[in-house]
Design a protein around this ligand. Structure first.
Ligand SMILES: C[S@@+](CC[C@H](N)C(=O)[O-])C[C@H]1O[C@@H](n2cnc3c(N)ncnc32)[C@H](O)[C@@H]1O
Length: 219
């Protein structure tokens, strides 16, 4: 793994000035955009797989090539791991190595979270842990609404599961996410972590470059 990844450059030096307003607006409204067909189909496959296994479920959102899903599958052999990424190229790249307790799907989480939140709220499925490893940071201030906590789907993301773990090499992303979680009623802790065995390719890259890795966990 090469160690030449550059630290995040941003024109923000702290929380985005509109964060509070944006999150509150989303918490008080319903995201009505129609769900894409490919995500609806992927979601139904996930539900079928999950219900056929009847085990605790871990959601690995933005799983990229699925390495973190495979690592979680090994760590939690009695759980079902759902890996979701919107990139067909990434999600299909290492399919052959997939263990029995994983399902990896190509889906847009802006839609997938809403479908899943509806099932969770109807008590038709329970998510035990929700992992988001290295989401795209969108570091320009103008891109705040593309970050998960600035997106209209944020309330659904939160209602899927109370046990969230988020990792990033950009502390401001985690601090904003923490602020947004608080508005949604969840407390969390942020700390820097020492990584011995990287769980994802992005983690390996940042670690090899000597960057600090930050972890947020709800508590
Ligand atoms: C920086 S990569 C990290 C991938 C992986 N977690 C890792 O650490 O190696 C961010 C991933 O988020 C995925 N992603 C971004 N927006 C998404 C969305 N709306 N729905 C699903 N996946 C998305 C991208 O396709 C990409 O694979």
């Amino acid at each position: 793994m090469s160690g030449n990844s550059r630290a995040i450059q941003s024109n923000q030096s702290g929380l985005h000035q509109d964060l509070d307003k944006i999150v509150k607006r989303h918490l008080n409204s319903t995201f009505l955009k129609p769900v894409s067909e490919h995500t609806q189909i992927a979601f139904e496959q996930v539900m079928e797989f999950t219900q056929s296994r009847d085990c605790p479920v871990i959601l690995d959102a933005c799983c990229g090539v699925g390495d973190s899903s495979r690592n979680l599958a090994e760590l939690y052999p009695d759980h079902t791991i759902i890996g979701v990424d919107k990139s067909d190229d990434r999600i299909t790249r290492q399919r052959t190595e997939t263990a029995d307790n994983i399902i990896l799907v190509r889906a847009d989480l802006n839609d997938f979270y809403r479908l899943l939140a509806a099932k969770v709220n109807a008590q038709q499925v329970k998510i035990e842990q929700h992992k988001i490893f290295y989401p795209n940071p969108w570091p320009k201030a103008t891109h705040i609404k593309r970050r998960w906590h600035g997106a209209p789907v944020f309330p659904d993301l939160v209602s899927v599961c109370n046990h969230i773990e988020l990792r990033s090499n950009w502390l401001i992303y985690l601090q904003e996410f923490q602020y947004a979680l608080k508005l949604a009623g969840l407390n969390s802790k942020i700390e820097s972590i020492q990584v011995k065995h990287p769980i994802t390719p992005f983690e390996a890259k940042y670690n090899a470059s000597g960057q600090t890795i930050y972890q947020l966990k709800t508590c």
